[in-house]
Design a binder for this molecule. Structure first.
Ligand SMILES: [Mn+2]
Length: 277
């Protein structure tokens, strides 16, 4: 058996199938972690979401998916909290007969998943608070979103985030901050506040702006943190962080690693997979 992690799918269903074939994924025994952003921007979003949902039925807890910013956006569109935007490729999902079933499943996925010293999260962990506090924040978002009032939860998640954790505030008022950290964060400013602007490669960042993991605490060094989200960063191991978004949807690669050997990537490049109907 092997424990795998794969980066952002973004509707690249053919490449996902090809990568599972390449790594000889064994559905009977292997585990699979997906870094989120299953959908949007790419060509086969409905097929991808159905495929991952079906795999989850088959694998149960051996398949873990965390929510990314595009997954939250889809949930927002589904419940009428957000409008579909230019460049979105969510139409086939939103008009599918099984849209409700798929989105009900999606909203119950966590923002952070932990197993032993391995952590799965779409964008990252806030490095200026402990792992424990990060997990508590992620759980707060998850329980709201998976609870009885997902529309209210999404309104809170999409509210303007404070640029840092406000410790004296109630957790409920930190939901937008938490959702931003776990699903959208890339960089911090020199004062430790979230930088909402920079999306480029680390080399292109202005002075004082650093990747979030440059601030990683000794606390985090005991873990492997598997992330996606940052296509311009690409695949790489940065201390405890294993970045897996190879930018497949933008013409790059879909990347898999065995979680116990994160320095050895397996890649399928965009368009190299056989076309499916
Ligand atoms: Mn993302």
């Amino acid at each position: 058996m092997a424990d795998w992690a794969i980066g952002d799918l973004h509707g690249c269903a053919d490449e996902f199938d090809a990568l599972l074939e390449l790594i000889e994924f064994d559905q009977r025994t292997d585990t699979l972690w997906l870094t989120g952003d299953l959908i949007n921007r790419g060509p086969h979003c409905l097929a991808t979401l159905r495929r991952v949902h079906a795999l989850h039925q088959l694998l149960g807890e051996r398949l873990q998916v965390v929510l990314g910013n595009h997954d939250l956006h889809l949930l927002g569109c589904w419940l009428g909290v957000r409008a579909v935007r230019d460049g979105d490729t969510l139409g086939t999902i939103l008009s599918a007969p099984d849209c409700d079933q798929l989105c009900q499943w999606l909203r119950k996925r966590p923002l952070v998943h932990v197993s032993g010293n391995h952590i799965l999260v779409h964008a990252g962990l806030f490095p200026l608070c402990s792992i424990e506090d990060n997990l508590e924040l992620a759980h707060a978002v998850h329980s709201q979103l998976a609870g009885d009032h997902p529309r209210d939860a999404l309104h809170q998640l999409f509210a303007k985030a404070t640029p840092t954790l406000v410790t004296e505030n109630a957790l409920a008022s930190q939901l937008a901050f938490a959702a931003t950290v776990f699903t959208r964060m890339r960089c911090l400013n020199s004062d430790g506040t979230l930088n909402f602007r920079e999306k480029g490669s680390p080399e292109s960042l202005p002075e004082g702006v650093q990747p979030w993991f440059s601030h990683a605490t000794p606390d985090m060094a005991q873990y492997h943190v598997f992330t996606g989200h940052w296509a311009a960063l690409g695949y790489g191991v940065h201390g405890p962080v294993v970045a897996l978004d190879g930018g497949c949807v933008w013409g790059g690669d879909l990347v898999a690693v065995r979680r116990d050997a994160p320095h050895q990537p397996y890649r399928v490049s965009r368009g190299s997979a056989r076309a499916t109907t």
